[in-house]
Design a protein around this ligand. Structure first.
Ligand code: C2E
Ligand code: CA
Ligand code: CA
Ligand code: CA
Length: 278
């Protein structure tokens, strides 16, 4: 009889089916996640590299479903993008992020931004400006408290209105960050062609950075220099050690984010963290 080892055709079919089933389950459950209040935002502080003072927080989405348990955003966000569910979920993220910014203002914090991750699909297919404006109005918030993080994926979709959409974000006074810098293909021209205020060095360059390796440190140094030459602030994410925090400060990287300072936290924990930091 036929040997049914792991390299046989039927193994691959089963494997593909399993993968499709998981994606199907996620999409099915995600369709009801908003109405069932299964989604939440957590907030990860960003700090000034010199003072280690709070300068803002990145909003990161979390989803726990009764059947699937905890599902990582790296798994469900791409499915939300493909299925179009990112449009309602993205609007919810914008609303909840602005709500948190209002909350921080009401508690007396004033020098901060709440950074929202915005998917390419959301920028291209949705009227993101309208959503942002509605949320700013609802929470009586100036746009300067909001930062929008986009990835290079945005430019690979071949949309011709990206520049208009990104300019619109600037017009309402929000700032614009290029996320995951260094992981794509031709990011350098995007820095020139679009109005980014901030460049986030991808954590893959930071987490495993050997500060005694001249090639690795040279690359980080060059990214910081290039960003500064283009008048951008540099954020390093994935800062897990004091050694990395000190190195990045020395290199002139102004903003740090990572487990060394704080993990992403639910709102009450963020407020406690802030109190302990004052
Ligand atoms: P990202 O935007 O690059 O977010 C940074 C990720 O790195 C977060 O993972 C964060 O928890 C993690 N992180 C931060 N500091 C450290 C560190 O020091 N060490 C390590 N090992 N990890 C660190 P998370 O929350 O799982 O999010 C993963 C990705 O999912 C995000 O990457 C982003 O692409 C996407 N995502 C998360 N929330 C949203 C959202 O609200 N909207 C959209 N469109 N995408 C989101
Ligand atoms: Ca981000
Ligand atoms: Ca990032
Ligand atoms: Ca990243």
């Amino acid at each position: 009889s036929i040997n049914k080892g792991p390299n046989t055709y039927s193994y691959h079919i089963d494997h593909i089916n399993e993968h499709t089933q998981r994606q199907y389950d996620i999409e099915y459950e995600l369709r009801h996640a908003l109405e069932k209040s299964e989604l939440s935002l957590v907030f990860q502080p960003k700090v000034d590299s010199t003072t280690h003072g709070f300068i803002g927080a990145e909003a990161l989405i979390r989803w726990t479903n009764e059947k699937l348990g905890f599902v990582s955003p790296t798994e469900f966000i791409p499915i939300a993008e493909k299925s179009g569910l990112i449009i309602p979920i993205g609007s919810w993220i914008i609303d909840q992020g602005c709500k948190q910014a209002r909350n921080l203002l009401d508690r007396g914090y004033d020098n901060f931004t709440v950074a929202l991750n915005v998917s390419p699909r959301q920028v291209i297919q949705d009227i993101i400006l309208e959503k942002l404006e509605a949320a700013l109005h609802k929470y009586d918030l100036d746009g300067r408290y909001i930062e929008v993080e986009v990835t290079e994926g945005l430019f690979l979709e071949g949309s011709t209105t990206v520049d208009v959409q990104l300019e619109a974000i600037k017009i309402i006074n929000a700032s614009l960050a290029l996320d995951d810098f260094g992981t794509g293909y031709s990011s350098i021209s995007y820095l020139r062609d679009y109005p980014f205020d901030t460049l986030k060095i991808d954590q893959s360059f930071i987490r495993t950075l050997d500060i005694h390796d001249p090639d690795a440190t040279g690359l980080v140094r060059a990214i910081v220099k290039m960003g500064h030459a283009l008048n951008m602030k540099i954020v390093a994410e994935g800062v897990e050690t004091k050694e990395h925090a000190d190195f990045l400060k020395e290199e002139g990287c102004q903003i740090l984010q990572g487990y060394y300072f704080a993990k992403p936290m639910a709102e009450p924990d963020l407020l406690n963290w802030l109190k302990a930091h004052d």
